[in-house]
Design a protein around this ligand. Structure first.
Ligand code: SF4
Length: 716
């Protein structure tokens, strides 16, 4: 730095009149890094910067997103007042008018069409308190069975697989602190270097300590670079690859027979099925050479300790749930779970991907990971909510299926909280048409997202800087996000908005909360005795103990660092293995003459989800201001595409145009496009509506496409 610049900064520092520090937590990924916003008042202006704060998970680290996270809540485009659409334009109205508008339309729609004509669409970025309250709001205030959330598109496959295999779903079976000391790590379909950057040092430390790292991904990424072995599989062949690895484990007998006998059901069936498979067929399906499968199986089987991590690469497929189950089959077959430095982790994408799936905003679920179809569970929650069990609606349908019901006219009105479904869902052109059919769309958000633009009414919602509450991070650690930054205009917290709507609907007695902590205290009771038991957790403890890993069943319970040490959560205490087919029941896109390339999708480090927040950050959007298509140069040559050229990508569902980006690290039969952009750059316009029958996860990770230069060149 030049002397002149240093002088400038010293002068600036001298001019600081006051400094305020706001403790908070990053709003983006599941690491939920603790941080501080530093506000300095100078003579004529205010400046802001975000710095990391020590905590057990991210240990003070922040990535580029966290460092710039203050830019979106401070942005001039924040919605600060209720906005009603009048003649196609949004006009500012009062809260009183907004609430009267909601009351009138809810009453009219439900009187004419029944309670289920209204739906609720939630989010995995909101706090546990708000996720809990949204589930209660749908079932008690609106009395509708139709509620689901955007975590369905993110975590449902891993959640379903862990529930089936272990009997419960907490993303990580161990705390992060064990990773540096494990001897073999399998990273299946996860690009943590870009998606959860502050987790990387745990894996780098493991490598320094001698761990062998296996990465499974169709592309080379920042994450595969730390791997000792990269299995560059064809998109969508994860379940088959796991079968290949299992077959070697069985053939070379790395099995932990005692563990299998004492703690696992179903191994014999898995063995019979896997032994019957041909290696040559698995090689053909996966594109992974047999010797690499042997190497992976030998390293994972022979080392004393090992861990497997999965993420969206494995999970966002029409057999995502089964594919994860097959990786868990590997883990169980070698007995690497329930003991130190051995275990599983589903690396959550969204900030509250874990907590938001535990407390009732899923279509089939009640708080504490209870089932809405289980009589005892219904009785318990009805009692906590002080309603009759018979008045509690039954299960609804998944997020995308709700959109189909909107399209069919069965759902006529929707409450949407902190989500942008017209961009994030598959078959996005259809989704937009469905939303345009709604008679009544109320959106609570910070910005006019692509979906909010379609609303009749937008309600101004608070940001992470302003909204206190608990979040449950990637480990299953419940943390308290402090938030004291002043709100502008007439912004309200999501939980306040829900309470006020409930009040005008005549349900005040069930929603008379005056703080997030009061809601949390009801959530604690509602979760008591459930799988995700938070009853021993209090705000006071969270402040003192810097987070607690659930289950935490009493005020003296320290929480649970490592799961399944003595028994799994199924009623007989055993884990369950099931054979997993190489082929999905719901077929995935196949490449053909017309659509000869695989398309897979994912994230870049500077953006989050559909980019509604990160595209408002100048520093972040400057790093990636537009989408792109990663392509192998040899493939590009075949299609006469140059580097950095606009390219049209077409599937049987739609077309988009993005810029090409050459990479030697991607499979020549595959292109990659990130999913953070809307409209003509929205890769979800190309993705099929087919869902995994086990968990209703869409198959985002495999489409078949054709590509061509966007501007046709004249031929001389
Ligand atoms: Fe931490 Fe994730 Fe935020 Fe980055 S995006 S600072 S890793 S929480």
């Amino acid at each position: 730095m030049t002397e002149m610049l240093l002088k400038y900064f010293r002068e600036q520092q001298k001019q600081v009149e006051t400094e305020r520090i706001y403790n908070t937590q990053c709003p983006y990924c599941s690491m939920q890094c603790k941080m501080q916003l530093v506000e300095q008042t100078h003579v004529k202006r205010k400046t802001y910067k975000t710095i990391g704060r020590d905590n057990p998970t991210s240990q003070g680290r922040l990535c580029i997103k966290g460092m710039n996270a203050h830019q979106h809540p401070l942005h001039k485009d924040r919605i600060q007042y209720p906005l009603l659409k009048v003649n196609g334009e949004f006009v500012k109205i009062s809260w009183r008018e907004a609430l009267d508008y909601i009351k009138e339309h809810v009453t009219e729609i439900q009187e004419k069409n029944g309670a289920d004509a209204l739906g609720v669409y939630g989010s995995a970025s909101i706090t546990n308190e708000e996720a809990y309250l949204l589930g209660k709001f749908a079932r008690v205030a609106l009395k509708t069975k139709y509620i689901d959330y955007n975590g369905r598109l993110c975590m449902s496959a891993a959640a379903s697989a862990a529930s089936k295999t272990f009997g419960m779903d907490r993303g990580f079976t161990n705390s992060l602190q064990e990773i540096p000391f494990t001897e073999c790590i399998m990273l299946a379909g996860t690009n943590i270097a870009e998606c959860q950057p502050t987790i990387m040092p745990y894996f780098e430390k493991a490598k320094e300590n001698g761990a062998f790292i296996i990465a499974i991904d169709p592309r080379e990424t920042g994450t595969t670079k730390i791997a000792d072995l990269h299995l560059k599989l064809k998109p969508g062949s994860d379940a088959a690859l796991a079968n290949g690895i299992l077959k070697v484990i069985i053939e070379e007998n790395y099995l932990d027979e005692r563990f299998l006998q004492e703690r696992v059901n179903g191994f014999e069936e898995v063995m019979q099925y896997v032994v019957s498979l041909e290696f040559s067929v698995i090689e053909e399906i996966t594109g992974v050479p047999l010797e690499k499968m042997y190497q992976a199986a030998r390293m994972f089987g022979q080392r004393e300790t090992g861990m497997i991590f999965t993420a969206r690469g494995v999970e966002q497929q029409t057999d995502g749930s089964a594919a994860v189950q097959n990786f868990l089959n590997i883990l169980l077959s070698v007995g690497k779970i329930g003991k130190p430095r051995c275990g599983y982790g589903a690396i959550t994408g969204q900030g509250n991907g874990q907590g938001a799936r535990e407390h009732g905003q899923k279509a089939d679920q009640l708080p504490g990971y209870r089932s809405i179809e289980n009589h005892e569970h219904r009785m318990y929650i009805a009692d906590v909510w002080n309603i009759e069990e018979k008045d509690l609606p039954r299960k609804g349908v998944s997020a995308y299926e709700m959109i189909e019901k909107i399209h069919d006219g069965e759902i006529k009105g929707l409450f949407l909280v902190c989500s942008n479904p017209t961009v994030s869902n598959p078959n996005a052109n259809f989704v937009k048409k469905a939303f345009e059919k709604l008679e009544f769309l109320v959106v609570a958000d910070m910005f006019e997202s692509e979906t909010a633009k379609l609303a009749n009414l937008i309600l101004p919602a608070s940001s992470y800087l302003e909204d206190e509450g608990t979040m449950t991070n990637v480990e299953g650690r419940v943390t308290l996000r402090e938030a004291s930054f002043p709100r502008r205009g007439e912004i309200k917290h999501d939980w306040e908005i829900l309470c006020e709507i409930a009040k005008v609907l005549g349900k005040e007695e069930y929603f008379s909360f005056s703080s997030a902590e009061e809601i949390f205290n009801e959530l604690r009771i509602a979760s008591k005795g459930g799988i995700a038991d938070y009853s021993g957790i209090t705000y006071e403890r969270l402040r003192a103990e810097k987070g607690i890993l659930w289950p935490c069943r009493s005020l003296t319970d320290k929480g649970t660092e490592r799961l399944f040490e003595t028994h799994f959560a199924h009623s007989d205490g055993k884990a369950m293995m099931v054979p997993v087919s190489n082929q999905a029941i719901v077929p995935k896109a196949k490449i053909t003459k017309k659509y000869p390339l695989y398309l897979t999708t994912g994230r870049v480090v500077s953006h989050y989800l559909t980019g509604v927040q990160t595209r408002k950050s100048a520093s972040l959007s400057a790093r990636n201001f537009e989408s792109f298509m990663e392509i192998h140069p040899s493939t590009a040559k075949k299609y006469e595409i140059s580097n950095q050229e606009l390219v049209q990508i077409e599937s049987s569902y739609g077309k988009i145009v993005v810029r090409s980006k050459f990479s030697e690290g991607i499979r020549p039969d595959t292109v990659f496009v990130p999913f953070h952009w809307a409209d003509s750059q929205n890769v979800n316009n190309l993705v099929s509506e087919k869902l995994d029958p086990a968990c209703k996860m869409p198959g985002f990770k495999v489409s078949a496409v054709n590509i061509s230069p966007s501007v046709k060149r004249s031929s001389y």
